[in-house]
Write a protein that binds this ligand. Structure first.
Ligand SMILES: [Zn+2]
Length: 287
């Protein structure tokens, strides 16, 4: 935070400030021709399964390459914390930080869920967002952020000295232990920074701190993805509910979320450009 200032302003400060912002990662070279193909294909989706995520809990789901999945609000406003893995290699997982560097603080249609190094490829593309009308509000807030990491018991302990076991980090860990039969330590190590589905967040204007507001999501709203490889997903229904007041406690009203998996005749996808693992040679300058 830039509140406490101890250093004297240098005499040449005027020559050091005032530069124009330059986008760090211009993303116009990332493939986006697929979106029109995916938008045609999604007219022909056939639902094959559903998973309901109970409030203050998480569940896993599997999606095959070439299928779609939707995260849907079903009973009331509820935020979901999403982890994504290559189901054939759980070390390849969603890289929230790099996805944020490429697309900004909040994701929507056409944005890709990039995976961790050394893979760095699109695990999934967002194909539909019933909340894309929200845009950015007067406070710079928007939905579906990649800035908030996930609620977790360690930060809760640090700030309030409480042991709370139903934060998204613990819910995701528990789901991997329960359903993938991982040891708790192994599961916890692969839980990663999430896509905060439906969460309405931003940075405050003055101190640039992470803020949240009540989510505008309502039953029937959904965020839809196209799986570009075989995926294991884990979704937590955050204990913050709509995240309009607090999280990391049992005080907020919480609702379930639904994940549905959809197939489509692969004929509709025949012109799709496939997502590829990075072909950087990984020498890192070492001869
Ligand atoms: Zn949470």
């Amino acid at each position: 935070m830039k509140i406490k200032k101890f250093s004297k302003k240098p005499s040449d400060f005027e020559s050091r400030v005032g530069g124009e912002p330059v986008v760090c990662y211009p993303n116009n070279t990332i493939e986006d021709k697929n979106l029109s193909i995916l938008h045609s294909a999604r007219q022909h989706l056939v639902k094959i399964s559903d998973v309901t995520i109970p409030p203050r809990d998480a569940k896993i789901f599997e999606v095959k390459s070439g299928q779609f999945f939707r995260i849907e609000s079903i009973e009331g406003p509820q935020v979901g914390d999403l982890n994504l893995f290559n189901s054939n290699n759980l070390e390849e997982k969603f890289y929230s930080g790099k996805t944020r560097a490429l697309y900004g603080t909040h994701l929507s249609v056409g944005d890709k869920m990039f995976s961790s190094f050394p893979y760095l490829r699109s695990l999934a593309t967002i194909t539909w967002d019933t909340l894309d009308w929200y845009d950015y509000d007067k406070d710079g807030g928007s939905v579906h952020d990649v800035i908030g990491t996930r609620c977790d018991p360690y930060t809760s302990k640090l700030l309030t000295n409480n042991d709370y076991h139903y934060c998204c980090h613990s819910n995701l860990t528990r789901a991997l232990v329960r359903e993938k039969k991982l040891k708790i330590d192994d599961a916890e190590k692969i839980v990663h920074d999430v896509l905060n589905v439906f969460m309405l967040t931003g940075f405050t204007n003055d101190t640039k701190q992470y803020f949240m507001k009540a989510s505008p999501v309502r039953p029937g709203d959904y965020l839809e993805f196209f799986a570009e490889t075989d995926l294991l997903g884990a979704l937590s229904a955050c204990p913050g509910g709509d995240c309009g007041s607090e999280h990391s406690s049992d005080n907020s009203k919480c609702f379930p979320l639904n994940v549905s998996i959809w197939k489509v005749d692969q004929e509709y996808l025949k012109n799709l450009i496939p997502s590829k693992i990075s072909d950087y040679n990984r020498k890192h300058g070492i001869i």
